[in-house]
Design a protein around this ligand. Structure first.
Ligand SMILES: Nc1ncnc2c1ncn2[C@@H]1O[C@H](COP(=O)(O)OP(=O)(O)OP(=O)(O)O)[C@@H](O)[C@H]1O
Length: 688
């Protein structure tokens, strides 16, 4: 292509961009006008509200962000393609049509757009030319063509892909829709029915894949998923705020995000378990203990039921009552549903007697009255008493006999003592970690985070929670079996995307084998798919962090970094804090974000020193902060990334927790361009 041709092409593409922007603006204006008149055209208040909500969402979905390009690629189909011969399509973040309804931009999730990500010289899928666009702050600046019909393919050598992954990072996570790679696209476009587990080294795009899969599924199954919902589960609030902008940028504004702690928050968490007690409470045996505890409340009828009904007296004998309880029990319903089933069956027996005597069907009012009659309720309270989730756990933790009966053969005597808070243990850091502080009632009890998981399990035994159509679980290696079960309860009829890296497991119960987690999640047959190309961490930094891998005792495929650039600087220093301040100052000379990562108990000292030196800092959960420097405790940095990372005293990070080496592996793999490791103490052995 000659220079003039290039110019003409660029000019034409810019004109197409302008036309697309104008068309999107008109689409939005039309939606806004409809929104404004919605209540006048709707027949009634309910329809008006529904319509209003729909239109408000539509208006939001059509928002145009001038800094993100509306399209990023183009497909020119060859003359012989059976469906699209001779046509060209621009591929972008959402459909844009002109006033006649002709497409100006195709949504990246549309079936045709798939070829943008998957066509290759070997399998061109009818595409003659694939064009990628380069943008700078929303302005179209360049393009790059691959003539697939002539066997040309750039793959990861694409200049535009390289520029995109090397672009300095600032603020929250961005979408990767313009540069999704074929192995990622395969996961993004997996069927809604398929649950998948992605094992990938740091920076291989697991989070990106999960978010894009959510957006893809919402596009394909909009109505169904809008009803059932899509949920993203992340490790902490800082992570959730870091990823929060990705789906809205893709036009998806209605996806729930939560930590597992949020999901199970039925009681306030106001106490901390000692590590051994927490580990035991997260053990899957606790599910069986709770199941037995619930089951133990179902009793045998000991007396017939007698109900006075005006001039009649009804009586149900022990045999039919036994049958009702046995049959209901065999149905395996959630406990509270079972209780109502027993009530309904008892009322059914009364109804049959009444019909036989009166030769007419009793009214609904009569049925309700019988259901609430004192002898019926008394019977229920005796054989199938009402339970509350926190009440159930409260009984177990306060009544050694009840615990001994239900935990018999499951938990040792020592373990039972631990649950009852009787085993004395060291209290780390001097903080109050005395475990659950039992009050006389469940309400007066100060529960721990692990108790909340158990209470949620109990709640699930009593009543099934509403489930989501699809759940994306990030950093899933840290889920305990009991947390997996909490997610399983919410995705029983839906599918899940599980994302994680066994090497980054830092929780005491971290997964060592994905099959186990998948079994606890109720999806034992889900495929485990590796991602192996790293887009974040430069090769030199990956090589340094990988020295830790043999010590992490996990079997994970090694990653290969796409990034040849980047620097690694490991230095012994005398004064850690002064060296950190100097390093941050030097880092500020470059573009991009700066993350200082240190053991949790030194973070305050570093923040103060930076403030004293006139360097303002942000906290990890404030992704929109104006400050370019963030000081992050090592335990909060999972899933995050910074352009320039300063790691302060690795030995202290390792010493702070039992799986400290895994934590250090997470910490060392946060850098996008440059990593400085400052240490005074010797480096942990595997790094030395
Ligand atoms: N196809 C891609 N094109 C451009 N950038 C990409 C691509 N895939 C991933 N990235 C970028 O690489 C970085 C790492 O991605 P992401 O956070 O999804 O990785 P991860 O596997 O979840 O990492 P971790 O295990 O550390 O949490 C992000 O900045 C992401 O935008």
């Amino acid at each position: 292509m000659s220079l003039t041709e290039l110019d003409t092409d660029l000019h034409a593409e810019r004109a197409h961009l302008d036309a697309s922007r104008a068309a999107l603006r008109r689409m939005r204006e039309r939606a806004e006008a409809l929104f404004a008149t919605g209540d006048r055209v709707a027949g009634d208040a309910y329809t008006a509200e529904q319509l209003g909500r729909h239109m408000a969402r539509r208006v939001k979905e059509l928002a145009d962000d001038p800094t993100t390009p509306l399209f990023f690629g183009r497909l020119d189909f060859g003359d012989r393609d059976p469906d699209h011969a001779g046509r060209e399509y621009h591929v972008g973040r959402r459909h844009v049509t002109d006033d006649l309804g002709e497409p100006l931009v195709l949504d990246w999730r549309a079936p045709v757009s798939r070829s943008f990500y998957r066509a290759s010289a070997r399998d061109p899928q009818g595409v003659a030319v694939r064009r990628r666009f380069g943008f700078s702050a929303g302005t179209l600046t360049s393009f790059e063509d691959e003539h697939l019909d002539r066997g040309e393919e750039l793959g990861t050598a694409s200049r535009i892909l390289t520029a995109e992954i090397e672009r300095p990072r600032v603020g929250p996570m961005r979408d990767i829709v313009a540069t999704i790679q074929p192995e990622q696209d395969e996961l993004v476009r997996a069927d809604l029915a398929d649950s998948i587990c992605v094992q990938g080294a740091p920076g291989t795009g697991k989070t990106a894949v999960g978010l894009h899969r959510a957006a893809y599924l919402l596009y394909l199954h909009r109505e169904r998923l809008r009803r059932s919902g899509v949920l993203i589960v992340g490790p902490n609030r800082a992570f959730l705020s870091y990823i929060a902008a990705v789906l809205p940028a893709l036009g998806e504004v209605e996806v729930a995000q939560a930590t597992v702690e949020d999901l199970v928050e039925r009681v306030p968490v106001r106490a901390v378990d000692p590590p051994a007690a927490a580990t035991l409470k997260h053990d899957v045996r606790m599910a069986e203990v709770l199941r037995r505890a619930v089951e133990a409340h179902i009793g045998d009828p000991t007396e017939p039921i007698m109900v006075s009904d005006g001039s009649f007296r009804w009586r149900i004998g022990l045999d039919p009552l036994h049958r009702v309880v046995t049959e209901t029990r065999a149905e395996g319903l959630p406990y509270a549903t079972g209780r109502e089933r027993v009530r309904a069956r008892v009322v059914g027996l009364l109804q049959r007697q009444a019909e036989a005597r009166r030769a007419e069907s009793p009214s609904d009012v009569w049925l309700r009255r019988m259901g609430k009659a004192a002898p019926v309720t008394g019977f229920l309270d005796a054989v199938w008493p009402a339970l509350t989730p926190d009440g159930l756990l409260h009984t177990l933790l306060t009544d050694p006999d009840a615990l001994a009966t239900t935990a018999d053969g499951l938990l040792t005597a020592d373990e039972q003592a631990l649950l009852l808070g009787r085993a004395p243990g060291p209290v780390p850091n001097g903080s109050r970690t005395g475990g659950t502080k039992l009050g006389r009632t469940p309400k007066a009890t100060r529960w721990t985070a692990a108790d909340a998981v158990l209470i949620d399990e109990a709640a699930g035994l009593l009543e099934r929670p509403a489930g989501f159509g699809h759940v994306v679980v990030d950093e899933a290696q840290d889920l305990s079996p009991m947390q997996c079960r909490a997610i399983a309860r919410r995705s029983e009829h839906g599918s899940i995307t599980l994302l994680g890296d066994l090497a980054q497991g830092t929780a005491p119960w971290a997964a060592r084998d994905w099959r186990e987690s998948l079994a606890h999640l109720g999806k034992p047959d889900a495929a485990v798919v590796p991602l192996s190309v790293g887009f974040r961490v430069p090769a030199a930094v990956v090589a340094f962090a990988n020295r830790l891998l043999p010590a992490l005792a996990v079997d994970v495929p090694p990653a290969e970094s796409l990034r040849r650039d980047g620097t690694l600087d490991v230095r012994t220093v005398d004064d850690l804090v002064a060296a950190t301040v100097a390093e941050v100052r030097a880092a500020l000379a470059h573009d991009g974000s700066v993350g200082v990562i240190a053991a949790d108990d030194t973070v305050d000292r570093i923040r103060t020193a930076l403030a004293d030196a006139g360097v303002p800092t942000a906290t990890a959960d404030d992704v929109d902060a104006a400050e370019r420097v963030t000081v992050v405790p090592a335990t909060l940095v999972k899933g995050l990334e910074y352009d320039h990372v300063v790691v302060v005293e690795p030995a202290a990070i390792v010493a702070a927790e039992p799986r400290g080496l895994h934590r250090l592996y997470v910490v060392l793999t946060r850098a996008v361009s440059r990593l400085a490791v400052l240490h005074h103490a010797p480096l942990p052995a595997p790094l030395g």
